[in-house]
Write a protein that binds this ligand. Structure first.
Ligand SMILES: [Fe+2]
Length: 133
């Protein structure tokens, strides 16, 4: 599939969150290329590990900002973060234990995993923080 191209449409209006999201997009694209190039399951799992680590760190960053600015939607947003990490870890296990290469559908799933959260919950959070910061 095509790389995710960063554009203003993905901006949540808060620079420090956008910077994190750009990094996540970069690592996602590395994974996308790894799949297209037919890299080994171990390599794909390693890239996914990098993506998961970056995401966990980024979620902690967002959750700290939510606490600092007393964001009312914090419980719901945190629950969504936990679900996203769980889904990525399940996918990682699937990749590690699969005989065949990662199917395109898994990458499409991850692309949605990343962009849907940005387009919905993070846009709401960004609009709130842009006023609060
Ligand atoms: Fe978030």
């Amino acid at each position: 599939m095509k790389d995710i191209i960063w554009s203003k449409i993905l901006s949540v209006g808060v620079d420090e969150i956008d910077e994190d999201h750009r990094k996540l997009v970069t690592v996602f694209n590395i994974l996308n290329h790894a799949v297209a190039d037919g890299e080994s399951a171990e390599y794909l799992a390693a890239v996914l590990d990098e993506l998961i680590h970056c995401t966990v760190w980024h979620f902690s960053h967002e959750e700290r900002l939510m606490l600092k600015h007393d964001y009312k939607g914090i419980a719901e947003h945190k629950a969504e973060h936990q679900d996203l990490i769980k889904a990525a870890k399940e996918l990682q296990q699937k990749i590690l234990h699969a005989d065949s290469a990662v199917a395109e559908e898994n990458i499409v799933f991850l692309e949605h995993w990343l962009t849907e959260h940005i387009f919905t919950s993070d846009m709401r959070l960004g609009a709130f923080l842009a006023r609060a910061i």
